[in-house]
Design a binder for this molecule. Structure first.
Ligand code: FE
Length: 340
């Protein structure tokens, strides 16, 4: 086999279809809001497989978006990687993403986890964490239940204007309607143990310490504590319990880490090739495991210890694009409800 044939067979083996055209781009510029240990392997493998050199700029979401806006049509960025549907939607609304057509992505990424403009590559769940000394599991089986008057003075969350909570509100609008979501948000605020502050891990720690009876947190923060060797983290995990919310109804709210090709991408072929690479089995494992998330491609398993322990659950399958469409409304509802 010549060099090209060898490379071709490797690409075919990791899931690139035979119809794949050869990229003439030799470089790829990625703006990423993610950085984890496995990322080096993730990008290194792509270069090894395709010969395409990857240049990365890693910064906070808002910094990357600001940079893209300032660079405009002259931006060197080909791909943006970020987390949460609300942030991906914001970039979409700024008209920064370009359309991607790929049969590989259409085949490998479940339809509800992609839009015309961006694609989810891993998922995280928004779980309910409670302290069994002050709250029972039966009391907190659903997101809706957090508005129950019985939980007055016990609920903790991070800020309502944070993307994670806005996405949850957006998901609820689609499931129970705007009116019910607003009533829920008002009652939720009425149940707070303290004004929202800190991140999700802070809420879990506060539940363990007994300052809060129940909190909402993304699964990877919980998994991170589960995988931690630090005695103080082990203590936290021993003190709390978790619930997969809404198993009897619409399923646990999930959100995503995702990526899209930028409209002004100078290396569009390489960009599509990279997005397709992210959907390959090996890249799925690197990408998801880097942040204790779940791969989106069916049948791919990371072997992450904490995720194995957390087990299976029924997740919400509403199209992620439908959820993204309701984020602005969720913000207005939270504003009226005083959920800041
Ligand atoms: Fe996070």
């Amino acid at each position: 086999m010549n060099k090209k044939a060898v490379l071709f067979s490797i690409l075919a083996a990791i899931g690139f279809g035979p119809a794949q055209s050869w990229s003439s781009d030799q470089e790829l510029n990625i703006y990423s809001a993610r950085h984890y240990q496995t990322d080096e392997a993730l990008y290194g493998e792509f270069t090894r497989l395709t010969g395409i050199k990857v240049n990365r700029i890693e910064a906070r979401d808002d910094e990357l978006v600001e940079r893209l806006r300032n660079e405009g049509a002259n931006s060197p960025a080909d791909v943006l990687i970020t987390v949460d549907a609300s942030r991906l939607k914001m970039v979409e609304d700024l008209d920064l993403f370009g359309p991607v057509e790929s049969s590989v992505l259409a085949e490998r990424i479940p339809a509800h986890l992609r839009t015309d403009k961006w694609i989810a590559f891993s998922t995280r769940a928004r779980v309910i964490v409670f302290n069994p000394e002050s709250v029972s599991a039966e009391q907190v089986q659903t997101y809706e239940s957090l508005a129950d008057p019985a939980l007055k003075g016990k609920v903790c969350t991070r800020s309502g204007s944070h993307p994670y909570n806005l996405s949850l509100g957006a998901a609820m609008i689609n499931h129970i309607g705007a009116e019910q979501t607003e009533a829920w948000a008002k009652a939720l605020v009425g149940n707070f143990a303290r004004p929202p502050r800190g991140g999700d891990t802070d809420q879990i720690r506060a539940v363990a310490a007994g300052e809060c009876g129940v909190a909402i947190a993304n699964s990877y923060y919980f998994a991170r504590l589960m995988n931690s060797d630090k005695p103080e983290d082990k203590q936290v995990i021993e003190s709390v319990r978790y619930v997969w919310p809404n198993q009897e109804s619409w399923g646990t709210h999930i959100n995503v880490s995702g990526a899209g090709m930028l409209k002004n991408a100078p290396n569009k072929e390489a960009a599509v090739k990279f997005l397709e690479y992210l959907a390959s089995d090996q890249a799925q494992i690197y990408f998801a495991d880097g942040n204790n998330e779940w791969p989106v491609v069916q049948g791919v398993v990371t072997g992450n210890k904490a995720l194995e322990t957390l087990g299976e659950f029924k997740s919400d399958t509403q199209p992620i694009g439908d959820l993204a469409d309701k984020i602005a409304e969720a913000q207005r509802i939270y504003d009226r409800a005083g959920y800041r």
